[in-house]
Design a protein around this ligand. Structure first.
Ligand SMILES: *Cc1c(COP(=O)(O)O)cnc(C)c1O
Length: 376
């Protein structure tokens, strides 16, 4: 099955009972047992058929063994972190999602799990920071908001040699373009709130694992901690995923044109986009991904100029989040990354004049005209 077909016919595509083309929403918390201990579903925290339809679909799309749906991306990340114990050490990509950084520094550390933030695109740095207690590498590629690229296969090699789990947050590039498990990752995480849902109407998280034992472990954690996705939201997410292919293709084409416009604009200083041949890891991205995605960051002179752009745009909506049908614009330093101290932000390259775009599905001519008048 090719990708666009799998988005529609992967997982549980047609309801077994009446042939409904859309999977039924089993709005049920408990299920009759045929006899004590004789049941398919028992209690909806443990398993619900609508959630399972989604979990099977994402496992197919990410080429893993099992999938799991959570009430948010952060709930999914927290569940994966529950695999680890006091005394363990984890290596994490340095410009990870702000919420992930907050979780790692304010919650995991209280559980006595030590985290080191490193530039995961620097393989020597990664190797140098592995210790006896290191259990996993947690990475994003492309990252947020600087679109840094890490070689998944190379990190998978290092992980294997050192008996670590490789965890990849695949939110930005989606399984439509990038398959971390095929490149050796053990666990894939999504904030399905973004491209997979795709319509700014849902908060959800997903996990896919590459082996049965990890599947048992994550299912135990999912059931024991209970941050599950509700049946209605599971259904809504399946509905979103069906159109992921056409959305990603159109977003790709729009983004390509917007980047071509930004490259020539005199007010634009730096541009961060893996599709530019000048991007330091352009070749690695091309090797491991079929598309560049709809995220672009660029800098203007200073915060004032950036604020002016944000205030003047009409079709780009000023909002957090990304990956939806609407084009969004944000100022990472003041919004998504405000929870990272300024000193650390500057160190990472998240300047005050850095603007982040999430390109959507509006007519690209309108989007370009909008940026043109806002930058003028
Ligand atoms: C949004 C996001 C998250 C967190 O997901 P929520 O659904 O908001 O909880 C995690 N990782 C990345 C890369 C994200 O963009």
């Amino acid at each position: 099955m090719r990708k666009k077909t799998q988005l529609i016919h992967g997982g549980v595509d047609i309801d077994k009972n009446v042939g409904a083309m859309s999977p039924p929403i089993y709005q049920a918390s408990t299920f009759r047992q045929n006899g004590v201990g004789n049941f398919t579903y028992e209690y909806a925290r443990t398993g619900n058929p609508t959630r399972e339809a989604l979990e099977t679909l994402i496992a197919d799309l990410e080429k893993g063994k099992r999938g799991f749906a959570f009430a948010s991306g952060m709930a999914a990340i927290a569940a994966v972190m529950d695999l680890f114990q006091a005394g363990d050490h984890i290596l994490v990509t340095d410009d990870v999602y702000g919420g992930t950084y907050r979780y790692m520094t304010k919650i995991l550390n209280n559980r006595n799990i030590d985290v080191t933030f490193i530039d995961s695109s620097d393989l020597e740095k990664v190797k140098e920071n592995i210790r006896q207690e290191t259990k996993a590498i947690f990475m994003e590629t492309p990252t947020n908001p600087l679109l840094k690229i890490t070689d998944i296969q190379a990190l998978a090699g290092i992980s294997k040699e050192n008996n670590l789990k490789l965890i990849v947050d695949n939110t930005f590039n989606t399984p439509y373009w990038q398959s971390p498990i095929e490149n050796g990752a053990n666990i894939v995480i999504h904030s399905a709130t973004k491209y997979l849902g795709g319509h700014s109407d849902l908060v959800a998280g997903l996990i896919v694992v590459d082996d049965e034992q990890l599947g048992e472990d994550i299912h135990f954690i999912q059931n024991a901690t209970g941050g599950v996705l509700a049946p209605y939201d599971s259904w809504l997410l399946i509905r979103g995923i069906r159109t992921l292919g056409v959305r990603m293709e159109e977003i790709e084409s729009n983004t390509d044109k917007i980047v071509a416009f930004l490259v020539k604009h005199p007010q634009v200083e730096k541009i961060y986009y893996p599709g530019l041949p000048a991007h330091p890891n352009h070749d690695i991205h091309v090797k491991q991904s079929g598309g560049y995605g709809g995220m672009v960051s660029f800098t203007v002179e200073n915060e004032e100029k950036a604020m002016e752009v944000l205030n003047k745009v009409r079709y780009f909506t000023l909002a957090e989040s990304l990956g939806a049908v609407e084009s969004l614009i944000s100022l990472p330093a003041k919004m998504t990354h405000a929870s990272i101290p300024r000193e650390r932000r500057i160190e990472l390259g998240i300047e005050d004049g850095l603007i982040r775009l999430s390109v959507g599905l509006e007519d690209v001519e309108d989007l370009i005209e909008d940026l043109k008048q806002a930058l003028a």
